[in-house]
Write a protein that binds this ligand. Structure first.
Ligand code: IPE
Ligand code: IPE
Ligand code: MG
Ligand code: MG
Ligand code: MG
Length: 297
C-alpha cells in the first residue's frame, strides 16, 4: 500500500502510530478468547488501513483542545466497528471479496465462520472500551449511544442491507444518496462527533462537527465508487471494478464520472468552508477532508 503525502505528514503519522499502539493494546485479549479468533481479530484490525476514522476523532478532539488520551478509546472503538464492517462486507454472502488492505480477506486467510465471529467480537469490544475508558461516565454513555446509533440498523447496517437489496436494480438518485449516507457517511460523521464530545465542547460545536462529517462521509463513499472504476488495485489494496460486475448502484453509474467528481468536490468545499470560523486551528482537519477527494488509496 502506498500512502498519500498527507498521510505521511509528521502530525498524521504520529497520530496514526499512537492509534496503532492503542488498538494493539485493546486487542490484548485474555486467555478466555480462543487463539484462532484472537488471531483473526488482530489480523484484520492491525492490517494497514488508513485509520481515517480514528484520525477524525483525534483531530476533532484537538480542535476543541481535548487531550488525545481522552479521545483515544473512542478513536479505537470506531476503528473496531469499521473493521468488523469490512470483514462482514467482504464475506461471500455480501460483496464476496478476496483482497483487503493488500492482504487476503479475513475469511480467505482463516475461514468463513472465524471471520463472522471475529467481526461479531469487535462490536462489543468497541463498546467495552468506550464504556470502561471514556470519562466521566455521562460522556461515556453519550459516546456509546452515538456510536450504537451510527453502527446500527438505521445507519451502517441499514445502509449495507439496502446496498445488497438493490444490486442489479434501477434506483433513484435520492435512494442511492440515502444508502451512501448511511452505510458509510454515518461512521465518518460520528467519528467527528465523538471527538468533539470527548473534548467536552458545547452542543453547537458538536453539531458543527457532525454536519462537517456528513458531507465528508458522502464525499468519501462517492470517491470510493470512483476509485472502484479508476483506481489502482495495488495502491487501494483491494480489487477494483467490482461494483459494476456485482451490479452495484454507484454514483458514477447513476451520474457519470465527471458529475460524481464535481459533486464530491463540492461536498468537500462546503465542508471545508463550514470550518472557516475555526481558522488555522482546523487546517489539518481541512487537509484530511481534501485528501478524501484527491486520494488514490
Ligand atoms: C473502506 O473504507 C470501506 C468504505 C466505507 C468505503 P476505508 O477506505 O477507510 O478503508 P481502510 O480502513 O483504509 O482499509
Ligand atoms: C462498504 O462499501 C461500506 C461498509 C460499511 C463496509 P463498499 O462495499 O463499497 O466498500 P469496499 O469498496 O468493499 O471497501
Ligand atoms: Mg459493500
Ligand atoms: Mg465491499
Ligand atoms: Mg467500494
Amino acid at each position: 500500500l502506498n500512502p498519500s503525502p498527507l498521510l505521511l505528514s509528521d502530525e498524521i503519522q504520529a497520530a496514526k502510530q499512537a492509534v496503532d499502539v492503542a488498538l494493539d493494546r485493546y486487542l490484548q485479549l485474555d486467555e478466555g478468547c480462543p487463539v484462532r479468533l484472537a488471531e483473526a481479530m488482530r489480523y484484520s484490525v492491525m492490517s494497514p488501513g488508513k485509520r481515517l476514522r480514528p484520525l477524525l476523532v483525534l483531530l476533532a478532539s484537538r480542535l476543541f483542545e481535548g487531550m488525545d488520551r481522552n479521545a483515544m478509546p473512542a478513536a479505537c472503538a470506531v476503528e473496531f466497528i469499521h473493521c468488523y464492517s469490512l470483514i462482514h462486507d467482504d464475506l461471500p454472502a455480501m460483496d464476496d471479496d478476496d483482497l483487503r488492505r493488500g492482504r487476503p480477506t479475513c475469511h480467505r486467510q482463516f475461514d468463513e465462520a472465524t471471520a463472522i465471529l471475529a467481526g461479531d467480537a469487535l462490536i462489543p469490544l468497541a463498546f467495552e472500551v468506550v464504556s470502561r475508558e471514556v470519562h466521566p461516565a455521562d460522556v461515556a454513555i453519550r459516546c456509546c449511544r452515538e456510536l450504537a446509533r451510527a453502527a446500527g440498523a438505521t445507519q451502517l447496517v441499514g445502509g449495507q442491507s439496502d446496498d445488497l437489496q438493490s444490486q442489479n436494480q434501477e434506483m433513484s438518485f435520492e435512494k442511492l444518496e440515502r444508502i451512501h449516507r448511511r452505510k458509510t457517511g454515518a461512521m465518518l460523521a460520528v467519528s467527528l462527533k465523538l471527538g468533539a464530545i470527548c473534548a467536552g465542547t458545547g452542543e453547537e460545536n458538536i453539531e458543527c462537527m457532525e454536519q462537517f462529517g456528513k458531507n465528508l462521509g458522502l464525499a468519501f463513499q462517492i470517491s470510493d465508487d470512483l476509485l472502484d472504476l479508476k483506481g489502482d488495485q495495488d495502491k487501494m489494496g483491494k480489487r477494483v471494478g467490482k461494483d459494476h460486475s456485482k451490479g452495484k448502484m454507484t454514483y458514477p453509474a447513476v451520474l457519470g464520472i465527471a458529475e460524481s467528481e464535481r459533486l464530491a468536490t463540492q461536498l468537500i468545499e462546503t465542508s471545508v468552508e463550514s470550518l472557516r470560523p475555526f481558522g488555522g486551528r482546523a487546517s489539518t482537519l481541512c487537509d484530511l477532508a481534501r485528501f478524501i477527494i484527491s486520494r488514490t488509496t
